[in-house]
Design a protein around this ligand. Structure first.
Ligand SMILES: Nc1ncnc2c1ncn2[C@@H]1O[C@H](COP(=O)(O)OP(=O)(O)O)[C@@H](O)[C@H]1O
Ligand SMILES: [Mg+2]
Length: 364
């Protein structure tokens, strides 16, 4: 009943179609029962009033059939809209590969050819507002290929926004963001995202098996490759405990998994994809120290020779970065190597590091 074109247009997978159909089916059944009940009641009342002619009965039946058909159509559309609201958009952040399958028209326009000269990510006087409030103001910095650039700063200072803009999940209002000299606003998001591995805080998973959720990182990966990545991200330990192992469905947006488990799945995806630009937004934030240490090993392999933009709230992670960019109120407040910034009198980075070292020794 639903062809490929329809599925693409509405960003639906086979699973999605079946969910929409199921939802619509039950709404229709419940309402049919209620409506039939009312119909019978109406009929009895008319009968009682002794005013039921053949004509009105026919009219009534016709009205009933038409309204039922309209109702079924409306119910299907409602479920489709709901499904899209939950699942349609998340595709955008997760996978360029998957995206290509789903949309036949790009969400934002641009060239489908992307031939950057290397993968330096450069922000030049970038300003951005979600609504009216300016979130980033005149932000400039370079994340060099082969280096780890860390964005730090108080909560709400605009770090995650920078990461999203760097992947063109939104377009900046002013200034320019380029990759290897190419202005990313000229590149189709699907094409652009092929060069990015992203691990964000709000991990998006699909109502599919563990295996397929990791394979999103690289659609052509064999089961063995997927499992290897899972192992490196320290996933296999919890996956093996699931009822069907790798073939266990994980529920809507991974409802059956803990935050740390979801995060490890998204790290496995990134490892599998192995793209030249890596964006990590508090990628290990929901892991306990033991798991974090294990995953760090795999991450450091992933980060070799890539352009890495990392947002981490644990200063310990950030001390190993090549460059630190401190954001405050949406502006670059400090920039330099960790060593340089630690020598700065009254520096923000220095203060943040001190505070955390203290609180860590308190919590021990
Ligand atoms: N999707 C959004 N819509 C509207 N405002 C947002 C959105 N995401 C973040 N913001 C706002 O933008 C500012 C910067 O947020 P964010 O980039 O997430 O900061 P950080 O990652 O440094 O904590 C905050 O004031 C936040 O409330
Ligand atoms: Mg953030």
């Amino acid at each position: 009943m639903f062809g490929e074109k329809f599925k693409r247009k509405y960003a639906l997978s086979d699973k999605g179609i079946s969910n929409v159909k199921k939802g619509a089916f039950w709404t229709v059944i419940v309402n049919l029962v209620v409506m039939s009940g009312m119909g019978i009641l109406y009929y009895l009342m008319l009968n009682l009033m002794d005013s039921l002619t053949k004509g009105t009965a026919l009219n009534f039946a016709l009205l009933f059939i038409i309204s039922t058909l309209v109702f079924i159509a409306l119910s299907f559309i409602t479920h489709l809209q709901q499904y899209r609201a939950t699942y349609g958009l998340v595709y955008r952040e997760v996978s360029a590969n998957r995206l290509m399958e789903i949309y036949d028209t790009p969400l934002a326009k641009g060239e489908s050819k992307f031939t950057p000269n290397g993968h330096n990510v450069v922000f030049e006087n970038v300003s951005f507002a979600y609504d009216n409030e300016q979130v980033l103001k005149d932000v400039s910095f370079t994340a060099k290929e082969g280096e780890v650039t860390a964005l730090v700063g108080p909560s709400g200072s605009g770090k995650s926004t920078c990461a999203r803009l760097a992947a063109r999940l939104w377009d900046n209002d002013f200034g320019k963001i380029s990759v290897g000299g190419v202005d990313i606003s000229t590149v189709e998001p699907e094409t652009l995202l092929r060069d990015y591995s992203m691990v964000f805080q709000d991990v998006t998973l699909f109502d599919d098996t563990v295996l397929e959720n990791i394979r999103i990182g690289k659609k052509t990966a064999s089961d063995e490759e997927v499992k290897e990545a899972a192992k490196a991200a320290n996933c296999d330990e919890f996956i093996e405990k699931l009822p069907k192992g790798y073939n266990t469905p994980i529920g809507e947006n991974g409802a059956k998994l803990s935050g740390g488990e979801r995060q490890r799945i998204s790290i496995a995806r990134a490892l599998l994809k192995n793209a030249p630009i890596v964006l990590l937004d508090e990628a290990t934030a929901s892991l306990d120290v033991e798991n974090e240490t294990k995953v760090q090993g795999a991450l450091s392999k992933l980060l070799k020779n890539k352009t890495v933009l990392v947002i981490a709230h644990r200063m310990r992670t950030v001390q190993a970065a090549d460059k630190i960019v401190v954001l405050e109120n949406g502006m670059v407040a400090e920039e330099g190597s960790p060593k340089e910034l630690m020598q700065k009198e009254n520096g923000i980075f220095k203060k943040m590091t001190k505070l955390q070292t203290q609180s860590q020794s308190w919590s021990v």
